[in-house]
Design a protein around this ligand. Structure first.
Ligand code: B12
Length: 206
């Protein structure tokens, strides 16, 4: 199958080409989440090249910067939607993990769909999740993880939340997250992408 031009430009770290394609696709009426999917596919390839030693950390950093610029173009479309508040969702990337681009897309989409989002940022310790849930009384917390080495930190955070007896649903997401990870860490839901996250929120707040 032919590789999408935007995915390819992302993988090849062609900064100008990425922003030009993002803009032209938006102008052409392509859905922002479809554009995100193409960027994400390009990122997965960047990850593979990093893993195989073809790319170094500097290229990973560069890819992150290019993605951030693309998200700046996409943000008004993703988070500019509704102004009414459907409820509060807490979200954060788990302790030890500083990847935030995917989480930020989930945040944008939830905001754009009318949710109030408390974004705890990255490298979030379990205590911070617990504190934010107690303070806000939110019924849903989202956790993001990209490093397999941080899966236990996610489990610890969920265990800490359950130990407090808090009435909250836990939604997890990240590049490798699936049903097995969800069951292992004791989460209630998992999402493969931002729109899965939105579907879970719609279900909980309906
Ligand atoms: C860019 C990048 C970086 C950037 C991050 C910049 C930033 N601000 O986030 C930088 C350079 C900082 C970085 C650092 C590192 N990285 Co890195 N990184 C990547 C890369 C290439 C892309 C990630 C990304 O942004 N993708 C684009 C977004 C849009 O996709 P996404 O994150 O998957 O999010 C989507 C879904 O997963 C989902 N989602 C995500 N979170 C959530 C949450 C919820 C609730 C829901 C519903 C959905 C959801 O929705 C999103 C939108 O659709 C990945 C490769 C990959 N396969 O993912 C490696 C990767 C994750 N990194 C990796 C590694 C090893 C590292 C480092 C350890 C490298 C090093 N030697 O220092 C460090 C770790 C730093 C740390 N402590 O966290 C490995 C992890 C391997 C593993 N088994 O754990 C990967 C997989 C690369 C690889 N194949 O080797 N990285």
């Amino acid at each position: 199958m032919a590789v999408d031009a935007l995915s390819k430009a992302m993988t090849e770290l062609e900064e100008d080409e990425v922003s030009a394609l993002v803009k032209s696709r938006l102008d052409g009426g392509i859905a922002p989440l479809e554009i995100v999917n193409a960027l994400q596919a390009g990122m997965v390839e960047v990850g593979k090249r990093f893993e195989s030693g073809e790319f170094f950390l500097s290229e990973l950093v560069m890819a992150g910067e290019i993605m951030k610029d693309a998200m700046t173009i996409l943000e008004p479309q993703l988070s500019g939607g509704s102004s009414d508040s459907k409820g509060t969702v807490i979200i954060g990337t788990v302790k030890g993990d500083i990847h935030d681009l995917g989480k930020d897309i989930v945040v944008m989409l939830l905001k754009g769909s009318g949710y109030n989002v408390i974004d705890l940022g990255v490298d979030v310790p379990k205590e911070k999740f617990v504190e934010a849930i107690k303070e806000s009384q939110a019924p849903l917390v989202g956790m993001s993880v990209l490093l397999t080495s941080c899966q236990e930190a996610m489990k610890d955070a969920i265990t800490a939340i359950r130990a407090e007896g808090l009435d909250i649903k836990v939604l997890i997401g990240g590049n490798y997250v699936d049903k097995t990870v969800m069951e292992h860490v004791g989460a209630d839901y998992y999402g493969k992408d931002a729109s899965d996250g939105l579907k879970v929120a719609e279900q909980i707040f309906s």
